[in-house]
Design a protein around this ligand. Sequence first.
Ligand code: T5A
Length: 215
Amino acid sequence: MAGKFITFEGGDGAGKSTQIRRLARRLGERGIHVVETREPGGTPIAESIRKVLLSGMVKSLGPEAEAMLFAAARADHVDRLIRPALAAGDWVLCDRFFDSTRVYQGAVGGVDARELDALERVAVGRNRPDLTFVLDVPAEVGLRRVRARLAESGGEPDRFESDEIALHEGRRQAFLDIAARQPERCVVVDAARSEDAVAGDVWRIVAMRLLQQAA
Ligand code: T5A
């Protein structure tokens, strides 16, 4: 049986990594083999591209060049990790995927949608998510969480976290617009609530949309 492909999208600090860990644990308890991964990243080459992108080293090249780099990382990630895992029957939980490019480089970055269509065809092909969670939080809430995490770890905000609040709010709206246009794939979850409340919704939706199908 082919596996399932679930992506988690949303602004910085929405809680995607947290919810992926929790969902992976619950699926694992059911005997489902889960692959947890992230974008940009997931393979050695894509992780190297991640470093270049998040350091801000290529920011001056502009959003179009950044979109190409995200697509190059994604192509490797899909070819070497996502597609083989799905073919083996695993469930793949991915922290961000093409919707992030549509939002960060497209809707807010200004890269033309037709250019992004072309990059998506090359990088993703038919490997489209079965289900996408859009974890929705006001930008201020997400950024507060990011700041708290950085204060604990002693880290610095990355190239995108450092953007001004208006850009973060624009991204939030752009994710909601994608979800409204593609309700068959996307589900919006209010992620400003407790981790438990969000995880409860995520589990109910996975059970309803995917576990019943897989049974
Ligand atoms: N990007 C990415 C693009 O521009 N284009 C693309 O195509 C792609 C793929 C990636 C950056 O690259 C950009 C978008 C991003 O800016 P990243 O470090 O992977 O960088 O950034 P994020 O995916 O945003 O990762 P974050 O860690 O910032 O956010 P998460 O994963 O949404 O949040 P999480 O789970 O790490 O939680 C953050 C903090 O909040 C707490 C957690 O404990 C943690 O401390 N938390 C909660 N606190 C209260 N209530 C809850 N419900 C909480 N849930 C989590």
